[in-house]
Design a protein around this ligand. Sequence first.
Ligand code: NVA
Length: 330
Amino acid sequence: MIKRDFLSITDLSAKEIWQVLIWAKKLKIELKTKGKNKPQLIDKQMVMLFEKPSLRTKLSFDIAISQLGGHAVYFGPKEVGLGKRESIADVSKVISSMADLIVARVFSHQDLESLSQNSRVPVINALSDIEHPCQVLADLMTIWEIKRKLKSLTLTYIGDGENNVSHSLSLGCALLGINFKCAAPDGFWMNKDIVNKARQLALNSGAQILETDNPKEAVKGTDVVYTDTWLSMGDTDRNKRLKIFQPFQVNQSLMILAKKDAIFMHDLPAYRGNEVSAEVIDGPQSVVFRQAENRLHVQKALLIWIFEGLTERISNVKLGGDSISICKKE
Ligand code: NVA
């Protein structure tokens, strides 16, 4: 079988993303109704190599592989010394001689690519400076569950545009036909290559990709308002950022401009009083904990896709999602 990495959300086609989402929903229903999943990945050994802290990603991958019958080995930020204590190539060769999969959280996206180039087993991006594709699978699942479709919705991301989550969101939206708007202050725009790639993908799906510095304009008529921390792991210019981003806080006076039934999303950890007010993140429009829980379900589907492929399991997925009947309102 060919080795399939998941370094970018674009490593999945639109159809494959739908397959992962549908499979994740099946696994979620199975877990909630039967209390467990069928062990489909017995004896699979997954190595987690994390250069940065993690709650949701570590938790969901660890529980996901264990509920599917496999096993996880975790290396925290102080352990391996990727590229310092030991070269990336050596680390990768050693792990892939014993394990079946590498899940890595790194400072530099290039390190993921080096890991992959030197590995005989697949590599999953558990967050880099450029992308956070696993998060975006959970986000898409959450939007689909609530809105019952994805195509033609509009998602507005507010705040730090030069951000792993905004990047993966823009690409995921572009693939699936969701209009994507990013409102960010000057100097904190999204990576140009990512925007170009998103615009290219959007030509196929019909999505619109827009960048602006006006948060109020950006949220008008939107279905989803999304924000992330103003200070990602590895960012150093704290005081400058806290000042510049003030007008980009998602609060009630901003939410009121979105659609009446708009939802609020955040990948967490959140800093109440900075990028989002407490009344919004803890209010009725917020779906942040459902997003967090869905990390578990999409990660399982992703692991099955990596190890076994989903193509033969689910056929005739109709892109757009409106016709998919397994997604019941909870
Ligand atoms: N943009 C954030 C995401 C945390 C899950 C960071 O990189 O720290």
